[in-house]
Design a protein around this ligand. Sequence first.
Ligand code: F6P
Length: 329
Amino acid sequence: MKEMKTIGVLTSGGDAPGMNAAIRAVVRAGVNSGMRVLGIHNGYTGLMKLDMKEMDMREVSDTLHRGGTILGSARCLEFKKPEVVKSTAEQAKENGIDGLVVIGGDGSFRGARDLSLAGLPTIGLPGTIDNDIDCTEYTIGYDTALNTVSDCIDKIRDTTLSHNRCTFVEVMGKDAGYIALSAGIAGGAEAILIPEQKFDIQKDLVQMIMDCRARGKYHYIIVIAEGIGNTQEIADKTEELLRTEHDIELETKVCILGHIQRGGRPTVKDRITASQMGVHAVDLLKQGIGNRVVVKRDGKITDLDILEGLNMKKTIDADMLRLADILSL
Ligand code: F6P
């Protein structure tokens, strides 16, 4: 087991609120353990260029409550090439980096795995608003994004109600529906469309609206995950089917929340989870342990072998689907 004197930390992929809390935890836990901590700028791009600087305790002061990432982030396509990963790992070790913490989503985790296999001890920390990393129940940034979306839905609901309209709120999540499902439940959506579940425009939207009308409800919020496809087309089709088949004039609006979901002050849950995960990552490196992913499983912060972690598959929570079904009536 090689003693780690210098470790690097980087954020990669889409930024997520709470990433700064994770960086702060890595820096403070690392420095407290007597290690040098290098902050690497702009993800794997910065690692390739050795664009980094030593971070001390003060460097991370007043960052805990800030969204985004003080290190900058990037999606580095170049890093998918095995020869690039190999030369980057070698170059990092030659330049005194003994271990690395990568904070990011599933693409960043694959980069972390490849670096591990190329001989640079690396720890992955889950940071993405999507909560779509298979080996962990929770990813840093998810709770803040959910609160942002639920706040937006509350506001959209006010005007949707005033005008008796149907608003389709499109939320992020890449090809997963975790944000849509949880925020849809929290926001009291009439329907939630996620890529993990087949949907039928007639049954899930047109008939649902007809049923609501029969009970005297004339405004509707539909939360739709971006992975579903073209939200405007679905809204237009719903409006058209109601008009042509049921003689109902219902005005639809589409509201794409977009990158607003990625910003903002991290919630307490994200600050604490990020802090716990950052310290856990340093605890591993301190013991000379690399090639792990820090995860939340059964409500506890723990770690898994990086290869094992990346081979896992998670499914959408059936209880949450049931909840959505019962409550959206
Ligand atoms: O992975 C986070 C995320 O915000 C996804 O929800 C979304 O699909 C994607 O990133 C957007 O990426 P970009 O910021 O590169 O447009």
